[in-house]
Design a protein around this ligand. Structure first.
Ligand code: FRU
Length: 502
């Protein structure tokens, strides 16, 4: 098969084909062209959800970091806009945006509140990272750099990724920043969003195998007990976490406006994994969500710092995960972070359903569907202790991913296999997670071009990966031991929700 993946075409030549390339996701955001990594500056303002992101306007590899920009009215359909914050003599690294509702910064003009973007400016020549501010008066289309920059400068090489939010209980704006190589998250306070005072820090804790990046601190409650809120501190680690690669860990505790105190009983000392898969990084939550969106929502970069540089997509590289709603749930003595796909995404499901219900009694029985490129499949499996089964995704030739469920063993594992198109280095990965497995397990499998997100038991575990199938994927269910009940196997095609028009 001739996929023409690596032959750059002259600028413009492919415009008509943009959106239809091999591996192109249809309902996960990707830019038309070029390299993308972390989501940045997620904010809702005047009817628009903003998605800024680390972007190289000049090529398909990391570099010239600037803030790309896309907007959505519903977090489902996205339209790419021109670059919002281009690199200057410094690169524009990750950060966040807030609405300065009361113009405490004094940077507002006229009646509309300004949007303030906090980001790390990376001065490559001096090897210094410091925190900068830029302001927008036109709904995030353009930003003006603040004359008093840098707003925080410790003369450090690895000091980055400011996340700002308002902490009503202590009446201050809070900024989290990572001291990446020292494995600390610092907490700064401010009244005017310009002058920041160090209030506390957290770390090192959990995984310190690589650099700490992109912190977020999120107030979450349990579905059953909304009054019982806790704070979750999420920290990404660029190497050595998920099966040796990059990933995110989280801690559960309390935040008093000055410091985050981890609760060892609720959290466990080691830090729990946010996602079991290789491709979910740098997630951050939306600021200023409308009241009807009660739970926090975040999105992550659906790639990783090891194999992501070699993903064979063209003419873009990198993608955003689906927006996920966050919640807490009890598991044994602990509180855990749950993530479920935003409800509004179900609107993309086709009316047509294909379903199977039955029992796979004999070992090695299997069910499969024709190959599709973008689908959502709900599979519920049941079994007594000793029953094991697999659900696999394949491209008709090769198995790309195997999920193995062991009833009684309380264990589920995900194995991404080498494939014809996937990069060679650091691609094959296996992660195993333990979770209470009653007699039934629900898998929501969302496939989209080269991306798959799998939500287990309503998001109590999540697995995100890139898989490179030449022409869509199909699912098969196999019973290895015992009797596997397939209580529901329901597949719907997914419609495109990304506008790729120039
Ligand atoms: C995380 C990260 C951030 C940094 C940005 C640079 O992926 O390394 O720490 O700000 O990417 O693109």
């Amino acid at each position: 098969m001739d996929l023409m993946l690596t032959q750059p075409n002259p600028e413009g030549e492919m415009d008509d084909a943009i959106g239809t390339e091999p591996f192109r996701p249809q309902y996960h955001f990707t830019p038309r062209r070029n390299w993308v990594n972390d989501p940045n500056g997620l904010v809702y303002f005047e009817g628009e959800y903003h998605l800024f992101y680390q972007y190289n306007p000049h090529g398909m590899d990391w570099g010239h970091m600037s803030w790309g920009h896309a907007v959505s009215a519903d977090l489902v359909s996205w339209r790419e806009l021109p670059v919002a914050i281009p690199e200057t003599d410094q690169m524009i690294f990750s950060g966040s945006v807030v609405v300065d509702w009361e113009n405490v910064s004094g940077l507002g003009e006229g009646k509309a509140p300004p949007l303030l973007a906090f980001f790390t400016a990376f001065d490559e020549a001096r090897s210094i990272q410091s925190q900068h501010l830029a302001v927008s008066h036109d709904r995030g289309r353009t930003f003006v750099h603040y004359a008093g920059n840098p707003i925080i400068d410790l003369d450090l090489a690895d000091f980055r990724d400011p996340k700002v939010f308002y902490h009503a209980e202590s009446g201050a704006w809070i900024m989290l920043v990572a001291l990446a190589r020292d494995h600390y998250i610092q907490f700064y306070r401010s009244q005017n969003l310009l002058d920041w005072t160090l209030a506390g820090s957290f770390g090192p804790m959990g995984s310190t195998s690589g650099q700490w990046e992109c912190p977020d601190l999120i107030r979450l409650s349990m579905d059953e007990d909304p009054a019982n809120a806790h704070w979750v501190l999420k920290v990404d680690v660029d190497v050595g976490l998920v099966d040796g690669g990059s990933g995110a860990q989280y801690f559960v505790g309390q935040f008093d406006g000055h410091r985050f105190t981890m609760d060892p009983e609720l959290s466990g000392l080691s830090g729990a994994l946010v996602d079991q898969g290789p491709d979910f990084y740098a997630a951050v939550t939306w600021s200023d969500l409308p009241a009807e969106q009660a739970s926090p929502v975040w999105i992550g970069w659906q790639s990783n710092h090891q194999s992501g540089k070699a993903y064979p997509t063209y003419p873009w590289r990198g993608a955003m995960s689906l927006p996920r709603e966050l919640y807490l749930f009890p598991e044994g003595e602990k509180l855990k972070l749950g993530q479920r796909p935003l409800k509004a995404l179900t609107g993309l499901r086709s009316a047509e359903r294909r379903g199977v219900t039955g029992s796979l009694a004999a070992a090695a029985s299997q069910v499969s569907f024709a190959r599709e490129k973008s689908f959502w499949q709900d599979i519920s499996l049941g079994g007594d202790a000793g029953t094991t089964g697999t659900v696999s995704l394949s491209d008709g030739h090769e198995t790309l991913l195997t999920i193995t469920v062991a009833f009684g063993g309380e264990q589920i594992s995900f194995e991404r296999h080498a494939s014809a198109f996937g990069p060679v280095d650091f691609f094959e990965r296996k992660t195993t997670t333990r979770l209470p497995l009653p007699a039934r397990i629900d898998l929501q499998i969302l496939v989209d071009g080269s991306l798959v997100e799998i939500f287990v038991n309503g998001g109590r575990r999540v697995y995100s990966a890139s898989l490179f199938a030449s022409d869509g994927m199909s699912t098969s269910i196999e019973c290895l031991t015992g009797t596997l009940r397939v209580e529901r196997d329901d597949l719907a095609l997914m419609q495109r929700s990304i506008d790729f028009s120039p």
